[in-house]
Every structure is written in structure tokens, then in C-alpha cells.
Design a protein around this ligand. Structure first.
Ligand SMILES: Nc1ncnc2c1ncn2[C@@H]1O[C@H](COP(=O)(O)OP(=O)(O)OP(=O)(O)O)[C@@H](O)[C@H]1O
Length: 494
């Protein structure tokens, strides 16, 4: 076999008391896509930050295209040919496509910006990506997320990227855009670039990747060609044991109506949404990004203004504020855990218990040992990887932060759980545990509204599924009466 394009070996990285990576080795070959796989907190992002110059490794070496590679920082790494495409895009919205692509890598002639040369490079890059039609002078803020991602990729191409890393690139994309992105990745492959692809979706990995490398607890535990492996093999490598069911089901029966919405409308979304939810029921809400699903939950929870309509919870209509809605029995896991979900500098325990401190406080004092016990339970159930429950949320991996947000609503013991993309960025083993917890909540007489862009899980886990498009709730059916195609055709209906 030919020498790898990128070879990382003996990579170790420690943060204080956390050994994030120990002696990790990974190879990336030219013209191939390598899936980097692991549970939340396994060390994937840390390894890629070492590769992209954002972190210095404590030990180990890297070679790129046969030469020693030790970037001094992200800019240095980019110039050497290593680019990262993150979930949160890093573009300047007011600048044009061209200026974004060339930012920090401008072409100059006699000290002046060489616009014609830049324009040529930008066009070539866009052409390679199948988008010669995109006008380089329009501002990036006018582009869809999928197109912005394309601009990021073009940024990598103009400096002759050798290795491009995609970190969970599909989480905000529609299925159509995902297919387009996969087409782009295939073009990158064909031009000899080595791609690293991080994802928690095995289906995606199978679709677009050739090779795999698995990390567990910061160590390399397996690598090879994907074609010779089953999903079970991969999952077993990730979690260190076999996972019996990816969609465990817990029997539950619908009871009395706990929540009713009558023509609920917000400023833009939702539009005249009516529904009834029973205890013991899991209602899924499907739809495209921007269909108004998040706004529906936010209006219900008292976060966004409502222009008309009525919300009844357990027979009463509580005031329109989050505090009142929490008292009435609602709990929300927000889609945007960074902006509004979690206090980043506070501990896991503070974050998870903050909406429900009552069981631990008497005469104004917190009973910390009782809280510690309760927290330990959720840390274990949700497999939260942390040194202790006192660790600050900002030091956790993305997936583990999401788990803390979920621990909060479970701990709050709400009657109606409003879950907005709760499994985004969560590893497969823990996803299964979250589905089980949802089933158990329903079996215990709670109700769940489950918003997700991952249709497979909605159809596997919910009792009924409704589809939103353009702010309206199109139709709710029993899950057995939906096919994926039906859901998609409702989702794109005008
Ligand atoms: N800046 C930091 N300070 C302290 N600990 C950190 C820091 N960055 C990462 N860690 C720790 O390193 C470990 C690996 O985290 P990393 O983000 O690499 O995981 P990951 O595999 O990318 O997870 P996910 O799938 O959830 O994104 C975790 O235990 C995390 O808490």
C-alpha cells in the first residue's frame, strides 16, 4: 500500500486532570474518506484540533505528504494544506463570497490586491465544487447554510488543501443538501484530497466514507476498510461492548389529555397550530430546518411572543413565561444549548439541577450530598463523560454538554418534555439510552414532544408524528401510517 497522505502517531494530550488523548495513531490516505468515530468525549475533536494547529500535542509526531508537519497555529496549518469545516461556520456574513474565500490568503501584486487573480481562483474552486453559477460578489449572509458550507470548502481549495476535515457537517442540512455535500466530498476525493469525516450517523458514514478509525476513551481501538465491517462491529469498537438495540422500545399506553394547543400563532411561526397530547404519548415533529418547529416549542414554553391562540396544560392556562410554564409541568431541551441552554462556566450539577433545586433546599440551604446522589444517577444513565459532576460544562465535549441539558429536564421531572433535536451530536450508544428514557417517561404517564431532523429515529420512537412546513402543522398521523417519502413530501409542501 502507498504511504498515507497524513500520518499521526503517538499523539497524547492532557487537559489538567483529563487525559484526552493517549498514544493515538491515525492514517489518512489521498483520495479517500476516513471516518473518525467515537462516543461523546472519546477525543475526536481534540485529535482534530491537534491536526489543525489549535492545540499543541504533548507528544507524538505528524507527517503530511511525506514531510514532518508541526503547525504553529490554525493559520499555519491552513497554509500547509489542512483545513477544517466545522458545524458552526466561520464566515463574515457582510463580506462577499470572494472576500470570504480569500480572507487571510489574499493575492497581492506589487503590494495591491490582485482582484483578477483572486476572481480566477475563486471561480476555479467554485467550478470544482459544481457551482460555477454562484456569483462571487454577493454577500455570504444571502446564502443558505448549505451554500455557506460550500464557501468554506472553497476557502480550503484555493490554498490547495491536502486534507479537509468535516466535523459533523450535516447537522443543519436538509436531505437534499446532504446529498449535494456528499457529491462535493466525492469530487474532493477524486481530486486526490484526503478527507476526514466526523459523524455520529452510521448511515452517513457508510454512504460517504471508505476507511474508519475508532477512538475510545482517548485511545485508538480500531481502524481499517469500512467495506469489511458491520455496523455492530463499529458500535462494539466504540462502546467496548455490543449494543443490542439501537431503538429500544418501552411499552406505554396513552392516557388523559395533558396538553392542548388551540390555534397557537407566533409572530412568524408557528401559524395556527392546534394539537392534543396525551399522557403516555410520544409525539414526533418532523420538518425541514426553518419549518417553525423550534418556534413552536419556544412559544409553548413561554420564550417567544404569541400573537393568538391558547395553551392548556393539565386543564389550566398558565401565564406566558418560562417560569410559569415550568411550574405548570413543561420542561424544554433547547436546540441551541450554547446560547440559552447551559451556563458554560457553571458545573454539571449546577446546570442539571438549576430548574429544580427544591428537593435539596431546606431553609435556604442546599443539601449537596442528596443532590450529588441524584446527579450521579443521571451521569450514569446518560453516560456523561466528565471527571466529576463539579466539572465546568465548558470543558466537556459537545455531545456531553448536550447530555447535561437532557439530564436537566429528566431531573426536573416535568410532565411534558419538549425535546428539540435532543440527539444531535450524541453517540449511537447514548442515543439508544435517550430513546429508552423517552419510552420510560411515557410509561410513567409523562408526555413527550420530540422534534428531530433525523427521520429514522422519529419513525422508530414516536407513537404519532406530525409534519411542519412554513410554520404550519400539516398533519399528524399514527407512526404506522407514515413512510419516509410521505413525511418528506409534506415537509416540502408549500
Ligand atoms: N479545553 C478543554 N479543557 C478541559 N478538558 C477538555 C478540553 N477540551 C476537551 N476536553 C476533554 O477531553 C475529552 C475529549 O473531548 P473531545 O471534545 O475531543 O471529544 P469528542 O470525541 O469530540 O466528543 P463529541 O462527540 O461529544 O464531540 C473530554 O473528556 C473533554 O471533557
Amino acid at each position: 500500500m502507498t504511504a498515507p497522505l497524513l500520518h499521526m502517531t503517538g499523539i497524547s494530550k492532557r487537559f489538567g486532570a483529563t487525559q484526552a488523548l493517549s498514544d493515538v495513531t491515525i492514517d489518512v490516505r489521498a483520495g479517500r474518506v476516513t471516518a473518525l468515530i467515537g462516543e461523546n468525549g472519546a477525543g475526536k475533536s481534540t485529535l482534530m484540533k491537534v491536526l489543525s494547529g489549535a492545540h499543541r500535542t504533548d507528544s507524538g509526531t505528524m507527517t503530511l505528504a511525506g514531510k514532518p508537519y508541526a503547525p504553529q497555529g490554525p493559520h499555519d496549518a491552513r497554509l500547509a494544506g489542512v483545513s477544517m469545516i466545522y458545524q458552526e461556520l466561520n464566515l463574515a456574513p457582510e463580506l462577499s463570497i470572494e472576500d470570504n474565500i480569500m480572507l487571510g490568503q489574499e493575492r497581492k501584486r506589487r503590494g495591491l490586491l490582485d482582484r483578477p487573480a483572486q476572481r480566477r481562483m475563486v471561480r476555479e474552486a467554485l467550478e470544482l465544487l459544481g457551482h460555477a453559477d454562484l456569483r462571487p460578489d454577493i454577500p455570504v449572509r444571502n446564502l443558505s447554510i448549505a451554500m455557506q458550507q460550500l464557501v468554506e470548502i472553497a476557502r480550503a481549495l484555493v490554498i490547495d488543501a491536502k486534507v479537509i476535515v468535516f466535523d459533523e457537517p450535516t447537522s443543519s442540512l436538509t436531505r437534499h443538501d446532504v446529498e449535494h455535500l456528499f457529491g462535493v466530498i466525492r469530487k474532493l476525493k477524486a481530486s486526490g484530497i484526503g478527507v476526514v469525516y466526523i459523524s455520529h450517523f452510521l448511515e452517513e458514514i457508510r454512504e460517504v466514507c471508505d476507511d474508519y478509525a475508532v477512538l475510545r476513551d482517548g485511545r485508538s481501538v480500531g481502524h481499517g476498510n469500512l467495506s469489511g465491517t458491520t455496523d455492530d462491529d463499529i458500535v462494539s469498537l466504540m462502546v467496548g461492548r455490543s449494543v443490542e438495540e439501537l431503538f429500544p422500545s418501552v411499552p406505554h399506553e396513552p392516557g388523559e389529555v395533558i396538553l392542548s394547543l388551540d390555534n397557537l400563532s407566533g409572530k412568524v411561526s408557528p401559524q395556527e397550530v392546534s394539537l392534543q397530547l396525551r399522557r403516555g404519548e410520544i409525539l414526533g415533529i418532523a420538518g425541514l430546518v426553518g419549518a417553525g418547529r423550534t418556534e413552536l416549542l419556544r412559544c409553548l414554553f413561554g420564550l417567544d411572543a404569541v400573537t393568538s391562540g391558547k395553551v392548556t396544560i393539565g386543564g389550566v392556562s398558565p401565564p406566558h413565561s418560562p417560569a410559569a410554564r415550568i411550574r405548570a409541568g413543561l420542561g424544554l431541551v433547547s436546540e441551541d444549548r450554547k446560547a440559552e441552554g447551559l451556563a458554560q462556566s457553571r458545573s454539571i450539577a449546577d446546570n442539571a439541577t438549576y430548574s429544580q433545586l427544591q428537593p435539596y433546599s431546606r431553609f435556604g440551604w442546599l443539601n449537596l450530598s442528596r443532590r450529588r446522589e441524584a446527579m450521579q444517577h443521571w451521569m450514569t444513565r446518560l453516560n456523561i463523560k466528565a471527571r466529576s459532576q463539579d466539572q465546568a460544562v465548558q470543558d466537556l465535549s459537545g455531545g456531553n454538554q448536550q447530555k447535561v441539558a437532557i439530564a436537566r429536564v429528566l431531573h426536573q421531572n416535568a410532565d411534558v418534555l419538549l425535546l428539540d433535536e435532543p440527539t444531535r451530536g450524541i453517540d449511537v450508544g447514548t442515543k439508544a439510552e435517550i430513546y429508552r428514557l423517552m419510552g420510560e417517561a411515557a410509561a410513567a404517564g409523562k408526555a413527550v414532544i420530540f422534534v428531530s431532523s433525523y427521520l429514522t429515529e422519529l419513525l422508530a420512537v414516536c407513537d404519532r408524528v406530525g409534519v411542519m412546513s412554513r410554520g404550519r402543522l400539516r398533519e399528524i398521523r399514527n407512526v404506522a401510517d407514515w413512510t419516509e417519502e410521505d413525511v418528506m413530501s409534506q415537509a416540502v409542501s408549500g
